[in-house]
Write a protein that binds this ligand. Structure first.
Ligand SMILES: [Zn+2]
Length: 131
């Protein structure tokens, strides 16, 4: 299992923990949006690169996957747009921790309003909006 989970540098918690710069950049993009009452919190969020996860059938078509506290990536070289997309899902779950994940059972992935919002977040912050 250790081989599956390669954690980012730095201690897991405590005052010495430095936020992952990729998360900081994504948060800066999301902070420009007022879609949820409170800004996204990244203090406990981790990025984990785990290529093997994305070989499994449910995740084969994705390059990233977010849970409440962890953003899983297929590889470390993904761009800021994907990090912003996944952090938007974390933001959604910080406001709707149960409703948001369960909504996928009702809508599926492609019709999910949460997916639409996360795609918009990545697009709006990239500087290519309207292009
Ligand atoms: Zn998504």
């Amino acid at each position: 299992m250790r081989a599956l989970l390669r954690f980012a540098e730095g201690p897991l918690r405590g005052p010495g923990r430095v936020p992952d710069p990729r998360l900081v950049r994504a948060k800066e993009r999301l902070d420009r949006l007022d879609w949820w009452p409170r800004p996204v919190r990244i203090g406990r969020v981790r990025i984990v690169v785990t290529p093997l996860l994305f070989r499994l059938r449910p995740w084969r078509r994705f390059d990233g996957f977010a849970t409440h506290l962890v953003i899983f990536l297929r590889h470390a070289g993904v761009g800021d747009d994907l990090i912003t997309h996944e952090l938007c899902h974390v933001w959604q779950m910080q406001h709707r921790p149960i409703t948001m994940p369960l909504s996928y059972l009702r809508t599926g992935y492609d019709r999910s309003p949460y997916e639409r919002q996360a795609r918009s977040a990545a697009r709006l912050g990239s500087g290519t909006a309207g292009a």
